[in-house]
Design a protein around this ligand. Structure first.
Ligand SMILES: Cc1ncc(COP(=O)(O)O)c(C=O)c1O
Length: 447
């Protein structure tokens, strides 16, 4: 290789002949523009500050980032006090179940607390494959891929399948991860009014032809409203207009359908009509992560191109094993799904009888009590907590203006008394609040 006349010799000779660069006078650096580099100058921070000051002025309790002790389930430990919890996604009452704990602990002992890096390079562990096989079976799809975050799964999936020449059409109340995915993909984005499939059809008729690929995305059970779409009609529309259909059934799994399989079981629709079943492990499956179930090609594409999968660590094997066990328990104990449905229907019936505004909620797992004004909603949450019930307030921009609400998440393990008591307490407090102006509520808190 180093023989005379080799390419290397030639290159070395050329390098030796390169004349030394003449010393240059350092040019005067241009003046640094006066950028405002303080994070506190960001408008988002001004908004946070305003909210804190407003809460302080009104002596309102800020409900964000409270410290909880113990597990999240039908009860919660807040400030060393146990309260009945209506703010947990543990729909089936499985968080902390001994069999789930044992499955997680066994995987932790075998595989350690981390799989170190992306599964594409650091390898897969058996619990990843078992979980994905169980999820694929739930939807009768060829395959499934499990991400370490539900949000990342949504973002990455949209951004993998759609590009700047394409179109995404979604329900106006779709989860943030779909919106962020749409932005990342560069696809044109349109939304249709909540669950209005006539409007979706009109939109597709007017716009579909101008784009390459198109995807319709909606939720199976909306997390803010507790209602959902007509799946059979969605399948019909996606076929007619040549689109992919993705359903975010994060809240449907474990909640909808006789055995908790989700929206398709609830509405008796063949799941094969949906191209991508998306969901999360953080709700009924009491873990952490997201998944997409679909045909083998779609999953293959995601495994090789989804940024949040290829460039991110695989989920810990212990989390995969725990969620797989939760899914097995859901399948083995359909009574949990039935009890959740009975509890939810009980809540809905009683709330309606008491004149509470539950919107269009179907009465499965999620029931909002729509209050309207932010201050009244915050005070309702605060007084309910004082009475021993935790329900989380959802305020604009999380929901449309004037539709602030408390969201109640039911669990299979709530008792009928707990449900009746919280509904009655909410109705009593709201009645007290309805006669007084927001100003006087604030003054009252401030006195
Ligand atoms: C409908 C919906 N999709 C996606 C997500 C994101 O899932 P995760 O919190 O598991 O990341 C959520 C989270 O609450 C959700 O409600």
């Amino acid at each position: 290789m180093s023989g005379k006349g080799s390419d290397l010799d030639g290159l070395l000779g050329m390098m030796r002949k390169v004349p030394a660069a003449p010393a240059r006078q350092a040019a005067a650096a241009p003046p640094v523009p006066a950028y405002d580099v303080g994070f506190e100058t960001l408008p988002q921070y001004q908004q946070i500050k305003f909210q804190r000051e407003f809460a302080k002025f009104g002596a309102l309790d800020v409900p964000y980032y409270r410290l909880h002790g113990g597990r999240s389930g039908d009860t919660a430990m807040i400030g060393n006090r146990e309260v009945v919890n209506f703010a947990s996604y543990d729909y089936l009452g499985l968080n902390g179940h001994p069999e789930i704990r044992a499955a997680g602990e066994a995987a932790l002992a075998t595989y350690g607390s981390s799989v170190s890096a992306s599964r594409i390079s650091a390898g897969e562990r058996q619990p990843h494959r078992d979980l994905e096989a169980l999820l694929a079976r739930n939807y009768a799809t060829e395959d499934c891929i499990a991400f370490n975050s539900g949000h990342a799964a949504g973002v990455s999936t949209i951004a993998t399948f759609l590009g700047p020449k394409d179109l995404i059409v979604h329900d106006a109340l779709i989860h943030n991860c779909i919106m962020v995915g749409a932005q990342l993909s560069g696809a044109a984005r349109r939304n249709f009014p909540h669950n209005d499939l006539d409007a979706l059809e009109a939109l597709l008729t007017a716009e579909r032809g101008r784009f390459g690929r198109a995807m319709i995305v909606t939720e199976g059970l909306f997390s803010m409203d507790g209602d959902g779409p007509d799946l059979a009609r969605l399948v019909e529309l996606k076929k007619k207009h040549g689109c992919w259909l993705m359903i975010d059934d994060a809240h449907g799994l474990g909640v909808l359908g006789k055995t908790g399989k989700g929206l398709f079981e609830h509405q008796n629709v063949d799941p094969a009509g949906v191209d991508l079943w998306f969901g999360t492990l953080s709700k009924s499956l009491v873990g952490c992560g997201g998944y997409v179930a679909g045909n083998a090609v779609a999953v293959d594409l995601l495994k090789h191109h989804a940024p949040g999968f290829v460039y991110s660590v695989g989920m810990p094997a212990s989390v995969a094993a725990a969620s797989a066990k939760a899914l097995e328990l859901m399948n083995a104990e359909p009574d949990r799904v039935a009890r959740l449905a009975a509890n939810s229907q009980r809540f809905l019936k009683r709330a309606k009888a008491k004149g509470l505004d539950t919107g269009e909620a179907w009465g499965y797992g999620i029931i909002p009590v729509i209050v309207g004004e932010t201050v009244r909603t915050l005070v309702l949450a605060e007084r309910l907590l004082a009475a021993g019930f935790n329900a989380f307030p959802i305020l604009p921009p999380g929901v449309p203006e004037k539709s602030a609400r408390l969201r109640f998440f039911l669990s299979a393990t709530h008792t009928p008394e707990q449900i009746d008591d919280v509904v009655d307490a909410a109705a009593t407090i709201l009645a007290e609040l309805s006669d007084v102006s927001v100003q006087s509520i604030l003054k009252k808190s401030n006195s």
